[in-house]
Design a protein around this ligand. Structure first.
Ligand SMILES: NC(=O)c1ccc[n+]([C@@H]2O[C@H](COP(=O)([O-])OP(=O)(O)OC[C@H]3O[C@@H](n4cnc5c(N)ncnc54)[C@H](OP(=O)(O)O)[C@@H]3O)[C@@H](O)[C@H]2O)c1
Length: 329
């Protein structure tokens, strides 16, 4: 494993972190025993960065991670998001999610469910359009003063919001979707991270599994798999996206690696302060993904990926309209 300082934290973290979302049923049924074994395997192989959220599985993710890290708390950096409020139809609502009182409550709940005394990073999942970012970050800064949180992160925030937030308290990282088919961070977010000495956590580097080649049919997701709601997986967009992934798979085969490894290696190659956090819930996948740290890409190969996945090429937006309204605020 390779390690780099995580933003300005002074803490060295593994270049590849483990995203724990799918362990709580996001993409269909998960198996707790295998998920815990996956976390242990990741740690044995040097991963010390776990990404989670108080909302994943309605708290299940935190309980699971708490179980997995018992007796090993000091070996992991827990990057924990706040999630958003849910309405009566279980839809995510940003409004009110960044209120100071709610952030404190979520912090307390996270500590309780994880069974820990502090969060290494507490990250606001979405910017709340009704609360100035200064107020939200100020609330988390008080949790830092109390020793409940070490560092503050943001997710899906616009570059200027990140700059405003950093006037209140240093922001250690920005978490944003970043992959071969989602390159929005190249529109100023990456520069803001460089400017402020922050890490850029690249989430969904495998395109929710699409870039790994495991999704081979439109509508193949089960009822409880949220990807069925993502436009890039819709019938009308599927074939165009699948065609590009087939080119990626062919390139990977020529190189003797897998499409998932190429997708992760491409993110790693973007900058030293970028930390991809591919998500998985099985030991087979974690082994494959961590081996991506050894995959080096030549300038010619990177140029070829730019041809296959020029900016904006993906058919369909990354989230449905409601979700798109809550990003880049
Ligand atoms: N800030 C945010 O708004 C936000 C949003 C989404 C996600 N995230 C974070 O980012 C992490 C990563 O994103 P993600 O999990 O949504 O998407 P992702 O990492 O792009 O893809 C995960 C999917 O790829 C599959 N997969 C993983 N490794 C594979 C391999 N080697 N071969 C084939 N398939 C493979 C996984 O299957 P298995 O699970 O079956 O292994 C899962 O279905 C999440 O876990 C979460 O921590 C943050």
């Amino acid at each position: 494993m390779q390690y780099r300082e995580f933003g300005h934290s002074g803490v060295k973290l593994s270049r590849i972190g483990l995203g724990c979302f799918s362990m709580s049923g996001a993409y269909g049924v998960a198996n707790d025993a295998e998920s815990i074994a996956t976390i242990h395997r990741a740690m044995e192989r040097g991963v010390n960065l776990l990404d989670t959220s108080a909302r994943y599985g309605g708290g299940h993710n935190h309980l699971l991670i708490g179980q997995a890290i018992q007796g090993r708390r000091d070996k992991v950096f827990i990057h924990s998001k706040t999630g958003t409020i849910r309405d009566e139809n279980n839809r995510s609502v940003a409004e009110g999610s960044g209120a100071p009182d709610r952030l404190r409550e979520i912090c307390e709940l996270s500590l309780k469910n994880l069974g820990v005394d502090y969060l290494d990073a507490m990250c606001q999942s979405r910017v709340d359009p009704t609360i100035p970012i200064e107020d939200s970050v100020g609330a988390v800064a008080r949790l830092v003063e109390e020793g409940k949180v070490r560092f503050i992160g943001l997710s899906e925030a616009a570059p200027d919001t990140v700059r405003r937030a950093a006037t209140v308290h240093p922001i250690v990282s920005l978490q944003y979707e970043y992959s071969l088919w989602t390159r929005d961070v190249e529109e100023g977010h990456r520069d803001a991270c460089d400017e402020l000495g922050m890490a850029l956590m690249a989430y969904a580097p495998l395109g929710y599994g699409f870039l790994a080649g495991v999704v081979d049919k439109a509508g193949s997701q089960s009822e409880d798999d949220i990807r069925g709601k993502f436009p890039r997986f819709y019938e009308e967009n599927f074939a165009a996206n699948r065609e590009r992934v087939a080119l990626l798979e062919a390139l990977a085969a020529d190189k003797g690696v897998t499409a998932a490894q190429i997708a992760i290696a491409w993110v790693l190659a973007q900058n030293d302060n970028v930390f991809p956090i591919p998500g998985c819930k099985s030991r087979n996948h974690i082994d494959e993904n961590l081996d991506a740290v050894e995959v080096s890409l030549t300038p010619e190969e990177i140029a070829r990926f730019d041809e296959i996945f020029p900016k904006g090429v993906a058919a369909g937006t990354r989230y449905p309209p409601g979700g798109m309204q809550r990003v880049n605020l």
